[in-house]
Design a protein around this ligand. Structure first.
Ligand SMILES: CC(C)(COP(=O)(O)OP(=O)(O)OC[C@H]1O[C@@H](n2cnc3c(N)ncnc32)[C@H](O)[C@@H]1OP(=O)(O)O)[C@@H](O)C(=O)NCCC(=O)NCCS
Length: 180
């Protein structure tokens, strides 16, 4: 479990799949900028049963155990071998700084865990909340990728963000981890 100040990130387990099934098929949860294809329970079970050391899927929880979102790190589909992050917070818990803290935790975790030089995130151009979360965590905007995907009824541009190891001023949250 990755313990933050107001939230924890806990690896997704079998018991979480029921709520994930509900969330992932709910257009209010995935929001206007995410993938909204409907998925069966067996599809969700299969995707979480295929272990890969390159992928981490976490439940975002408040300290009292309330499940408020999901967080993933994975290998970028655009650029091989680059670590990318993605996240969703349930609508009625958005705007409380939870995703900002989740990104802070995962940046610490990935730079401590892996010999990587950058972490990146790709978001749609109009997704201001996602851009703010990244900027608040020191990610720099690298550029616009035109016509990257179809979402919410239209073709959209993407925006690529990254933080490189030299810019990381951590560990900021996972401070009980020895770095030597
Ligand atoms: C993106 C998302 C995860 C952010 O989660 P969150 O917990 O609400 O994020 P935070 O509260 O930590 O920060 C959000 C920031 O965006 C700002 N924001 C949100 N909507 C905004 C808008 N329309 N215009 C300007 N700023 C906005 C908030 O004010 C806050 O910034 P601040 O702290 O400077 O005030 C959430 O909106 C979400 O789940 N969206 C649907 C899924 C999604 O788009 N995921 C990202 C895919 S790349």
């Amino acid at each position: 479990m990755l313990e933050g100040k107001r939230i924890n990130l806990r690896i997704i387990e079998k018991d979480d799949l029921e709520i994930l099934h509900q969330w992932m098929n709910d257009i209010r949860f995935v929001g206007e900028f995410s993938f909204t294809r409907q998925r069966s329970m067996s599809e969700i079970q299969k995707s979480f049963s295929e272990y890969s050391p390159d992928i981490g899927s976490f439940m975002v929880e408040k300290k009292d155990g309330t499940k408020i979102g999901v967080f993933h790190h994975f290998i970028s589909k655009l650029f091989s071998d680059l670590v990318e992050i993605g996240y969703t917070i349930i609508p009625d818990k958005q705007g409380n700084g939870y995703c900002t803290e989740a990104v802070e935790i995962i940046v610490d975790y990935l730079f401590i865990l892996k010999d990587i030089h950058r972490i990146q995130a790709l978001t749609f151009e109009e997704n201001i909340a996602s851009e703010r979360v990244l900027e608040k965590n020191g990610f720099k905007k690298e550029g616009v990728i035109r016509n990257i995907g179809y979402s919410g009824g239209k073709i959209r541009n993407g925006v690529l963000y990254s933080i490189i190891r030299e810019e990381w001023d951590g560990p900021r949250i996972l401070t009980n981890v020895r770095m030597d």
